[in-house]
Design a protein around this ligand. Structure first.
Ligand SMILES: CSC[C@H]1O[C@H](OP(=O)(O)O)[C@H](O)[C@@H]1O
Ligand SMILES: Nc1ncnc2[nH]cnc12
Length: 313
């Protein structure tokens, strides 16, 4: 049964540590119990959709539909800063982000899952991509754009499901090419991305992953292959193909999220879920760059939204 989100409470009074971002074909997480629907505003505007708080074995998780509840936002229109800031504001420190991707490798078949570890940026600079601007500068490290520890947990859970006979094939590591879109690639581009070492392609790993790093969140994308883009001898990608495979992938995504949440709820992962290993990383980058006399008060206030008490310490 789906409970309409407007009949749910619009507040939730406990911190929520884990978020799931759903992408194409995954605009809800059926099977989890909705307990609240939140519409926070941030200094960067409103998130893509109301954030649903769902419970899984008594653990709350935040669910956000990246393209909006009706998939009304094109990849370049996704308010990624508001999304990440709103999640952080709820207490979220770990994010599992789903994405439908094209495969650039023969061995990554449609319906396979990939837990990537690298990104090549082919966005065109038209998406707002940092929290630190407008009178405040910060440079965070981004050598490894995903959270390896969260990635390990996801891979272990996927292996457990596979061993239990579930039909999920999961690939460890891979390079996501994040293109601008919304049009798909030309054939020449598709071949070029393969020559560059790309494994899969999407339109939404960035700036989401960069912003998560700036917000000191542990962030891992789980990619679900839906097509072979247009380099392969099979049919060229189109939306119908993506949606057809996402129907199958959605079930697998739900199973995998369930297993990952079961694991993350264990006491041994408390520090990982709280992203203790990222704590202070971005704050250091911001504090030391712009001299106090050059800091814009509005920019300082925006940073305060991400890191309450930031300027007092
Ligand atoms: C409809 S195919 C292109 C679209 O699908 C992917 O979305 P998401 O990453 O949110 O699952 C891809 O990135 C494009 O936005
Ligand atoms: N071939 C493709 N290119 C970009 N994004 C995608 N999402 C799913 N398939 C894709």
């Amino acid at each position: 049964m789906t409970i309409p989100s407007d009949s749910l409470p619009n507040h939730y009074d406990h911190p929520v540590r884990i978020a799931v971002i759903g992408g194409t074909g995954l605009s809800s997480l059926p099977g989890f119990t909705p307990v609240a629907s939140l519409s926070p505003t941030t200094p960067w505007g409103a998130p893509s959709s109301p954030i649903l708080i769902l419970t899984h074995n008594a653990t709350p998780i935040a669910f956000l539909a990246r393209h909006g509840a009706s998939h009304q936002l094109a990849p370049h229109e996704v308010p990624a800063r508001a999304n990440i800031a709103a999640l952080r504001g709820l207490g979220v420190r770990s994010v599992i982000a789903f994405s439908a991707v094209g495969s650039l490798r023969e061995e990554i078949r449609p319906t396979d899952f990939v837990v990537p570890d690298q990104i090549i940026d082919r966005t065109k600079g038209i998406r707002p991509f940092t929290f630190f601007e407008g009178g405040l500068v910060g440079h965070v490290g981004f050598a490894d754009p995903f959270d390896a520890r969260l990635g390990e947990v996801v891979l272990r859970c996927a292996a457990g499901l596979e061993a239990g006979g579930e039909s999920i094939t999961t690939h460890k590591g891979g390079v996501v090419v994040c293109m601008e879109g919304p049009q798909f690639s030309t054939r020449a581009e598709s071949h070029m991305y393969r020559a560059w070492g790309g494994s899969i392609i999407n339109m939404s790993a960035l700036p989401e992953a960069k912003l998560a790093r700036e917000a000191e969140l542990a962030y891992q994308m789980i990619c679900m292959a839906t097509d072979y883009d247009c380099w392969h001898t099979t049919e060229d990608v189109d939306v119908a193909m993506v949606m057809k495979y996402m129907a199958a992938n959605g079930e697998n995504a739900k199973r995998l999220v369930g297993a990952v949440l079961d694991e993350l709820c264990k006491e041994e992962h408390t520090d990982l879920v709280a992203a203790k290993h990222w704590e202070g990383s971005a704050q250091g980058a911001v504090k030391f760059m712009t001299k106090p006399e050059g800091r814009d008060p509005e920019a300082m206030k925006r940073v305060e939204y991400l890191f309450p008490g930031f300027w007092e310490s």
